[in-house]
Ligand binder design. Structure first.
Ligand SMILES: NC(=O)c1ccc[n+]([C@@H]2O[C@H](COP(=O)([O-])OP(=O)(O)OC[C@H]3O[C@@H](n4cnc5c(N)ncnc54)[C@H](OP(=O)(O)O)[C@@H]3O)[C@@H](O)[C@H]2O)c1
Length: 247
């Protein structure tokens, strides 16, 4: 498949879960994909897997903890692929717990990785896309940005901020050919949720699909928003949650 031949993509958190499935899917369509994460072994393994399948990929090891690290990632991506056509803001953390047991440090870590880092990656890369007249940015939100669940308020609030930013960036960059959208996954089996065990099934039991999703099912939606097949889709928040927010 060649829908993305000649295009380049940056997928944050591409060494695990939804990010890895997305990186593989974009590379399968011909994109040169840069993935980021802190764990080099997992990053290099994804690169090897993509290259073994005939795709193009590179890994950038970076701890995304502030504006500077986000801008550094953008710069290192440019060094590897030149112009960046697709940005997938996927890296995220989701510590759950009671509000009165959440530390100042956890609060800042969640908002830094889930909001500040996407913000400055967009600040760094979207203007260049706009200058070239095309680009696609996909933010990975969550169904719990849409409704309240005990213990998920901090995480949901950070992703609700990302949802609003998605719409604001669609207004800001859309007129210059840059489409900005989000996917909003439901419970999904990844390394990140592995520790939830049966809790993930329980969370999924009441949704129309009746089961958790796979990383590949979320990646499918992200890929749609990254390609020209979604050329008239701007500022959308696409639920990929087995129907949870619909019922
Ligand atoms: N799984 C779900 O049920 C679900 C549902 C809704 C939304 N989501 C969202 O989907 C996205 C991916 O989730 P996932 O379940 O695939 O997660 P995951 O398997 O836990 O992967 C998280 C990724 O983020 C990277 N990351 C974490 N902290 C980082 C840091 N400080 N600097 C750089 N990279 C960092 C990790 O790489 P390193 O560990 O190597 O740093 C890893 O690649 C997240 O935004 C999450 O909120 C997930």
């Amino acid at each position: 498949m060649t829908a993305l031949r000649g295009r380049s993509a940056l997928v944050t958190g591409g060494n695990s879960g939804i990010g890895r499935a997305t990186a593989i899917a974009l590379a399968d369509l011909g994109a040169h994909v840069v993935i980021s994460g802190r764990d080099e072994a997992r990053g290099n393994q994804v690169v090897r897997d993509i290259r073994a399948g005939g795709g193009r990929a590179d890994f950038v090891a970076v701890d995304l903890r502030d504006e500077a690290s986000a801008r550094e990632l953008a710069a290192r991506t440019r060094e590897l692929v030149g112009d960046v056509d697709i940005l997938v803001n996927n890296a995220g953390i989701y510590p759950f717990g009671p509000t009165d047991q959440t530390s100042d440090q956890t609060f800042d870590a969640v908002f830094t990785l889930n909001v500040k880092v996407p913000y400055f990656l967009v600040a760094e890369l979207a203007p260049e896309m706009a200058k070239r007249g095309h680009g696609a940015i996909i933010n990975v939100s969550t169904m719990v940005a849409e409704f309240g669940l005990a213990g998920m308020g901090l995480y949901g609030a950070s992703k609700a901020a990302l949802v609003l930013l998605t719409k604001s960036w669609a207004a800001e960059y859309g007129p210059h050919g840059v489409r900005v959208n989000a996917v909003s996954p439901g419970p999904t089996r990844t390394e990140g949720t592995a520790g939830m065990g049966a809790d993930l099934d329980q969370l999924a039991a009441s949704i129309p699909a009746g089961r958790p999703g796979s990383a590949e099912e979320i990646a499918e939606a992200i890929t749609f928003l990254a390609t020209d097949r979604s050329s008239f889709v701007h500022g959308a928040i696409l639920p990929v949650d087995g129907g949870r927010v619909a019922v």
